[in-house]
Design a protein around this ligand. Sequence first.
Ligand SMILES: [Fe+2]
Length: 222
Amino acid sequence: MEANRLSRRLFLARLGLGAAAVGAPIVFPRGAFAEELARTPPQTEGPFYPDKLPLDTDNDLLVVNDSTTPAVGEVTHLTGRILSAAGDPLRNAMVEIWQCDQNGAYLHTKTSNAERRDRNFQGFGRFLTGSKGEYYFRTIKPVPYPGRTPHIHFKIKLKGRDTLTTQCYIKGHPQNESDGIFKAIPPKDRPPLLVDWVPIRESRIGELTAKFDIVVGLTAEV
Ligand SMILES: [Fe+2]
């Protein structure tokens, strides 16, 4: 009995609860003991979220509508999962990405390099997650444009609400260290935003994979 009480006291002390709590029934909220995943840091939306959405907003950014000419760039299969802080996959999360084309032009009326825009690059795409919380896009490996290291913009919407806006980066890219927006992230929060672009060995056209998991810090019931 005494031993039981002692171990309980130690247990509660480890949780940071005071001795006053001993003996009282304690109801922990669901998930209180779950390991919390590091939340994906938010990042600025920037000025180039499309001011007019393309007619084609699917998850294949390399082909616009029925065009037979694909976009120019290093083909990337970009995947990841949308997770709650408890690690639960979030279904019905709308994942939006946007990025500049191989010539540094966004799908935006105020983009730089507008005259060189690759008309075959969709520039924006959407994917609704299923029960495993996974998303998939076919796109290009991001390239730098004046003032920015390569990045892909992400916006996650849950139940129609903007839940997280962020950007992912190429791990080890030399321009990361001179990018003001990247450097504004505290160093300890940067790792989840740094993504490996990995060549697919069997690919004859040099395709790449990239995996970017996103933790939005909400429960699966949102
Ligand atoms: Fe950008």
